[in-house]
Design a protein around this ligand. Structure first.
Ligand code: HEM
Length: 512
C-alpha cells in the first residue's frame, strides 16, 4: 500500500505544479500521449506555423508524450531566446536511439552543451577560420566543381544527382580526410552516405518508443516488438564504418605521406601531445560531415529551381555573360559582381529552406519568456520555414521572387528591412550555429555560377517532343529537406561552354 502512495503523491504534486505554470499556448493535449497526434510526420514545420496563426502566438507549446516541445515561429522569438539567451538554449535532446544505440554521440553536432562540445567546436572553428587554411579550403571546393561536377554533367547529364553528390559532397569529404576521392563511384562517399543515413533515420523525432521510455533499451533483442534493437545493432555497425575506416586510412597516410593536409590530419597533429588524446580523437572525427548532405541539397535545389523558372535561368546567365564573359569559368572572387545571382540564391534559401525545422536545441535551465514558463529539458525548435515564410517580412512568401533582395537599380539591398537568409536562420542560431557557413555558401555559389555559365537546364521531352511539365516534390520527413529524385535535360550552352568544361578535365586521372 505504501508503495502505491509513494508513486501517487509525487504524481499528484507534479500534475498540480505543472497545471499552475503558465506554458505557451498550444493545441489541446490528450491524457498520456499529450500532443503526439498533433505533430505530423511530414512538413511538421508548416503545421507548427499554422498553430501560431490559429493561437495568435509566435511561441507554441506541445507535449510530446511528456517531453516539453517548444516551437519558436518568429525571428524575434528565435533571436530573443536562441541567440540572446544561448547560455540556456544550446543543448541537444538526448535521443536514446540515435545518441546511445547508434552511437551518434561520436559526432559533436549531437553532443549536449558542455566541455566536450566546446572543445570540439573550438578545434573545428580554428581549422575552418585560420587565415592559412582559407586558400586550400576554397581551392579544394573549386577543384571538385571543375574536375568532377562539370565534366561529369557534360559526359552523363542524366545522372546529375550522383554528380552533385560526387562533386559537392566529395569536396567536403576531401576537406575532412584529405584522402584521394574518385571522380565517380568513390567508396568514401558511399561510406559517409550510408552512415549518415543510419543516423538521420534514427534521429527522426517521435519515431522510436525507446526515445520516450529509455528503459526499453534493456529488452532482450529476441522479444517481439524489440526489432528496433536489432535495427540499432545493424546501424551502429554501419555508422562505425564512418569512423574506423577513413580514420585508419588517414593515420596510415600520414605516416606514408599519401594524404593531403586535412581537418583530421591537422587536428591529429595538434592534439598528439595532449593528455586526453583518446577523447579528443573521438570528437574530432567527422565533424565536417554535417555539411555533406546540406551542401548537396543546396545545389540539387538550385537545379530544380532552374527547371521550374526558365526566365530566371536566362536572366542569371545574361548577368554572367556580361560580367565574366564566355572565355573563363566563374571564380569565387566574382561573387560581389553578380548581384542578380546572389539574390536568386538568397531567395532559394528562403523559399526552400534546407533545414526547415532547424536542428532542435534543448534548454539546460528553467526560463521565463513573455510570462510563459519554459522548463529545463524542453526541446526548442527555431522554425526556419516559419521565419522565411512570414508574410509580414516577406510578402507573398510562396512566390519565388529574387527581386525582393534587390533595389530598383538591381543592386543587392543593404537596408536591413528584410533578413538575409545567408545570415539568418538558414544555418541555425546562437552558440550552436553551423560552423561551416563559409564552406557551405562558397560551394553553393560556385556550383550555381558554374552550372549557369556552362549548361542549360530544361524539362525532358515527351514522345511528341513536347516539354514535360516538371514536378518537384519534397517529402518533408527528414531533418534535411531534399527534393525527391527528378529528371531534366542538362545540355552545354554552346561549343564555347563545352570547351571550357573540357579544358579542366584530366582524362588520365581517376582521382581529384
Ligand atoms: C548549405 C549548407 C549548410 C547548411 C544549410 C547547414 C545548416 C546547419 C544547421 C541549420 C545547423 C544547426 C544549427 C543549430 O543547431 O542551431 C548546422 C549545424 C552544423 N553544421 Fe551545418 N550547414 C551547412 C553546411 C555545413 C558545412 C559545409 C559544414 C562543415 C564544414 C557543417 C557543419 C556543421 C556542424 C559540425 C554543425 C553542428 C554545430 C553544433 O552542434 O554546435 N555544415 N548546420
Amino acid at each position: 500500500m505504501d508503495s502505491i502512495w509513494a508513486l501517487f503523491i509525487p504524481f499528484v504534486i507534479y500534475t498540480w505544479t505543472r497545471s499552475r505554470k503558465r506554458y505557451p499556448p498550444g493545441p489541446k493535449r490528450l491524457p498520456f500521449i499529450g500532443n503526439l497526434l498533433d505533430i505530423p510526420t511530414r512538413h511538421a514545420y508548416e503545421k507548427f506555423a499554422h498553430y501560431s496563426k490559429d493561437l495568435n502566438s509566435d511561441i507554441i507549446y506541445l507535449d510530446a508524450v511528456g517531453v516539453p516541445f517548444i516551437v519558436l515561429n518568429s525571428l524575434e522569438a528565435c533571436n530573443d531566446l536562441l541567440e540572446k539567451r544561448s547560455n540556456v538554449y544550446s543543448s541537444r535532446y538526448h535521443q536514446t536511439m540515435a545518441y546511445e544505440l547508434i552511437d551518434g554521440k561520436r559526432i559533436f553536432p549531437m553532443l549536449p552543451y558542455g566541455d566536450e562540445w566546446r572543445e570540439s567546436k573550438k578545434i573545428m572553428m580554428k581549422h575552418i577560420t585560420a587565415p592559412a587554411n582559407q586558400e586550400p579550403i576554397f581551392s579544394t571546393i573549386t577543384q571538385f566543381i571543375r574536375k568532377s561536377l562539370l565534366p561529369n554533367l557534360l559526359m552523363a547529364p542524366a545522372d546529375f544527382l550522383v554528380h552533385i553528390r560526387n562533386g559537392v559532397g566529395g569536396s567536403i569529404i576531401s576537406l575532412t580526410y584529405g584522402l584521394p576521392i574518385k571522380r565517380v563511384d568513390d567508396p568514401w562517399i558511399e561510406v559517409a552516405e550510408q552512415s549518415m543515413h543510419c543516423l538521420t533515420s534514427a534521429a527522426v523525432p517521435g519515431k522510436y518508443a525507446v526515445d520516450v521510455v529509455p528503459a526499453l533499451k534493456h529488452l532482450p533483442e529476441w522479444l517481439p516488438g524489440a526489432g528496433f534493437l536489432r535495427e540499432a545493432k545493424e546501424w551502429k555497425r554501419t555508422f562505425a564504418r564512418l569512423f574506423e575506416e577513413p580514420f585508419k586510412a588517414v593515420k596510415k597516410g600520414m605516416v606514408d605521406g599519401t594524404v593531403q593536409p586535412s581537418f583530421l590530419s591537422r587536428s591529429l597533429e595538434e592534439i598528439s601531445d595532449m593528455p586526453d588524446q583518446e577523447r579528443l580523437e573521438r570528437v574530432i572525427e567527422n565533424p565536417l560531415l554535417g555539411g555533406t548532405d546540406t551542401s548537396v541539397t543546396a545545389v540539387t535545389n538550385f537545379v530544380a529551381m532552374l527547371l521550374l523558372f526558365p526566365d530566371i535561368q536566362s536572366k542569371a546567365q545574361a548577368e554572367i555573360d556580361i560580367v565574366i564573359g564566355r572565355h573563363r569559368l566563374p571564380e569565387l572572387e566574382d561573387k560581389t559582381k553578380l548581384p542578380y545571382l546572389s539574390a536568386v540564391l538568397k531567395e532559394l534559401l528562403r523559399w526552400k529552406p534546407i533545414v526547415p525545422s532547424g536542428l532542435p536545441h534543448m534548454t539546460s535551465e528553467d526560463d521565463i519568456y513573455k510570462d510563459y514558463y519554459i522548463p529545463k529539458g524542453a526541446i526548442v525548435m527555431g522554425n526556419n520555414w516559419a521565419i522565411m515564410h512570414d508574410e509580414k517580412i516577406f510578402p507573398n512568401p510562396s512566390k519565388f521572387d529574387p527581386t525582393r533582395f534587390l533595389t530598383a537599380s538591381g543592386q543587392l539591398r543593404h537596408d536591413n528591412k528584410i533578413p538575409d537568409p545567408e545570415v539568418v536562420a538558414t544555418f541555425g542560431f546562437g552558440r550552436r550555429i553551423c560552423p561551416g557557413i563559409n564552406i557551405g555558401l562558397a560551394s553553393f555559389w560556385l556550383s550555381a555560377a558554374c552550372i549557369l555559365a556552362c549548361f542549360n537546364v530544361t524539362p525532358e521531352l515527351d514522345d511528341e517532343g513536347k516539354p514535360i511539365t516538371p514536378k518537384i516534390e519534397y517529402v518533408g520527413k527528414e531533418i534535411v529537406s531534399h527534393p525527391e529524385p527528378f529528371r531534366c535535360q542538362i545540355t552545354p550552352r554552346d561549343p564555347e561552354a563545352t570547351a571550357l568544361v573540357q579544358a579542366e578535365y584530366d582524362e588520365s586521372s581517376e582521382y581529384i
